[in-house]
Design a protein around this ligand. Sequence first.
Ligand SMILES: N[C@@H](CCC(=O)N[C@@H](CS)C(=O)NCC(=O)O)C(=O)O
Length: 234
Amino acid sequence: MITLYSYPGLFGVADNNPYGLKVFAFLKLCNLPFWQEHILDPKHAPRGQLPYIAVEGTDIGDSDSIVAYLIHKYRLSIDSALTAPQRDMDLLLRRMLDDLYWVMSYSRWRDDRYYPLFRDEFLKAHAPQVTAAALEAARNYNFQRYYYQGIGRYEPAAVYERGVAGLQVLANLMPASGYLFGPVPSSIDAAIYGFIANILFYEIETPLKTFVASRPNLVRHCRDMHKAVSQHNL
Ligand SMILES: N[C@@H](CCC(=O)N[C@@H](CS)C(=O)NCC(=O)O)C(=O)O
């Protein structure tokens, strides 16, 4: 049995962290049985970051490494039909999503307009396991991460401009129906869902959410993926 160690859910999505939701969605798309363990402290994770999986005594971290490991181990066919250009696009999109991660995270923890809504929802959903003091400590830690990554030195408008530019490319690429590369999902759809669901389903009107909500193809893809990976339809 695979165990997925990931952060808790929020606003009806299975993990409030896009990388964990990516792995969750991938496991569901592939019909792999797994047990999800929601944790908050990543200290036991490989490289000290969530998500990670434990399978047959081996711990694997990093969402894309997890996906690659599972495809290889279980000979999964989810990406078998991809052409070489689609594989290149897959990689470039994953890198774009890595960049979007910082903007999403900034909007939740750093932006004073949105942090109180994020904090209050987190406490509503996860107190007493999560306390206001723990969230405050996480916020301070994230401030340092943003500073050293660089985004913490941008003006907020420039942060969102960067995030929306990535989302615009995604909106240009996403077809009106089906999945990114055709009528059946591939692993990149799980990756896209991990990020877009963590924007669209949040009742926090950030510039990222305003943009996603204004693109019917992104909304449709996210809702289709949500249906495919969960019992509860939004
Ligand atoms: N490349 C990793 C990134 C995972 C990641 O950024 N995890 C963050 C989520 S907030 C984390 O656990 N951070 C804790 C830390 O860096 O101390 C992946 O794809 O899984």
